[in-house]
Design a protein around this ligand. Structure first.
Ligand code: SAH
Length: 398
């Protein structure tokens, strides 16, 4: 990967950080995400669904609660962006099965948007019924099709654009933070983009430089920006606009969970290898690269087409979803050492010093979901009847 990047820079000149991230993470031949399983204790980082089954179960409840609150549509698609090992969708599907009596007449299908061939194979192993062979079609927008263990149709795509535009619930957990960012530094001459170049002292080393003049991505910086260093992620904007259009048109919701800020942080671009921080320019392709999600930018990109809720801290969201009740039920059913594992997992995802405050939940919903325009007015009240959105308030079943 380093050699490939050096050739590229020699041919075209210094590259943007976004181009660097895209090449390093998703280059079809050598990208970090494309051919390896980086998740879990033996990998480079671990995520909440890999730590505790309760995480995915509560998200499953969230989707059912939204489906009920919006009139129990006859069918819905569950669409996950960047599904990793498939663990999260697996935990959600278990809840759907357990609540089969509630969902019994609903036609559900699963749609996974995944750039990595290796991870798509792992997702298929986790989620599909082995006895029914997968249909594969490399050149087509649907790269793979199968049936889940519970008999639900499941399809894989490389791009959200290719997912059918039906009534859908979208899920993105630790997905937006891997999308490529452009970095800018304020200088006396104005904003200058941070680029990556070859170190003139050491021929196989990369270094950051500043662009000598204005670069196109500068249009993404807010006019009244007060910080002196910013990161912008146009790809995240495109995806949020696509999700917003879809939700405004057909209903449903998107639930996004990630680490991030409200347009306040500056330099958050970093690498992870073997659960340790890793210099982003050293041995590219061997470490995960990530940048915090700017939720204020996501909200702006939703552009009023849909309503947004959050970001709210993971700890608060999961508490509102009833994590303590679910933990108790599981503890009562388990023996040691499973009890210890459940408690450790709970601590990891809930503790404010660990993942509880670092991760946030953010949702996109049709405007009428919050203002009740599509629901009949309650005869005795002057206000429309809308139930609170679970997680962002306490979970209530109607
Ligand atoms: N959601 C999972 C995995 C997070 S890692 C979890 O929480 O455990 C990021 C995931 O996004 C991986 O599955 C990776 O292959 C995928 N990914 C990265 N860039 C992508 C892109 N541009 N399009 C689709 N998937 C992508």
């Amino acid at each position: 990967m380093l050699r490939h990047l050096i050739y590229k820079i020699k041919a075209t000149g210094p590259i943007t950080v976004a181009e660097y991230m895209k090449e390093v993470l998703t280059n079809p031949a050598k990208g970090y995400y494309v051919y390896r399983d980086m998740l879990g204790e033996k990998g480079d980082f671990i995520t909440s669904p890999e730590i505790s089954q309760i995480f995915g179960e509560l998200l499953g409840i969230w989707f059912i609660s939204e489906w009920m609150a919006t009139g129990k549509n006859a069918a819905f698609q569950l669409v996950e962006l960047g599904p990793g090992r498939g663990t999260l969708t697996g935990d959600i599907l278990r809840v759907f099965s357990q609540l089969g009596s509630v969902l019994k007449n609903c036609d559900i299908s699963i749609h996974l948007v995944e750039v990595s061939e290796k991870l798509s194979e792992i997702q298929a192993l986790t989620l599909t019924e082995e006895k029914i062979p997968l249909e594969r079609s490399a050149g087509s927008p649907v790269c793979m099709r199968g049936v889940t263990k519970a008999g639900i149709p499941i399809s894989w795509y490389r791009d959200l654009q290719d997912v059918p535009k039906g009534y859908s619930f979208y899920l993105a957990h630790e997905f937006f933070d891997v999308l490529p960012v452009h970095k800018f530094q304020k200088t006396p001459q104005g904003w200058r983009e941070v680029l990556i170049d070859i170190d003139p002292q050491v021929s196989d080393k990369l270094r950051f430089v500043l662009a000598p003049g204005v670069t196109p991505a500068e249009v993404f910086i807010q006019r009244d920006e007060m910080r002196d260093h910013v990161e912008v992620c146009p790809e995240a904007g495109v995806i949020i606009q696509e999700l917003s259009q879809r939700i405004a048109l057909t209903g449903g919701a998107a639930l996004i969970a990630d680490y991030g800020h409200e347009g306040t942080k500056t330099d958050t671009f970093r690498g992870f290898c073997g659960h340790k921080l890793h210099d982003v320019l050293t041995a590219p392709g061997t470490a995960d690269l990530t940048a915090d999600v700017d939720f204020s930018y996501l909200r702006r990109m939703a552009g009023g087409q849909v309503a947004s809720l959050g970001p709210i801290k993971q700890q608060m969201f999961l508490k509102n979803m009833g994590i303590d009740v679910r933990l108790k039920v599981l503890l009562d059913k388990s023996d040691e050492p499973a009890r210890q594992q459940l408690l450790q997992g709970y601590d990891m995802i809930m503790n404010p010093q660990k993942m509880g405050e670092r991760f946030n939940f953010f949702a996109l919903l049709p405007h009428q979901r919050l203002h009740g325009r599509s629901h009949p007015m309650d005869a005795c009240q002057s206000k429309p009847s809308v139930s609170p959105v679970a997680g962002f308030g306490e979970l209530t079943w109607r």
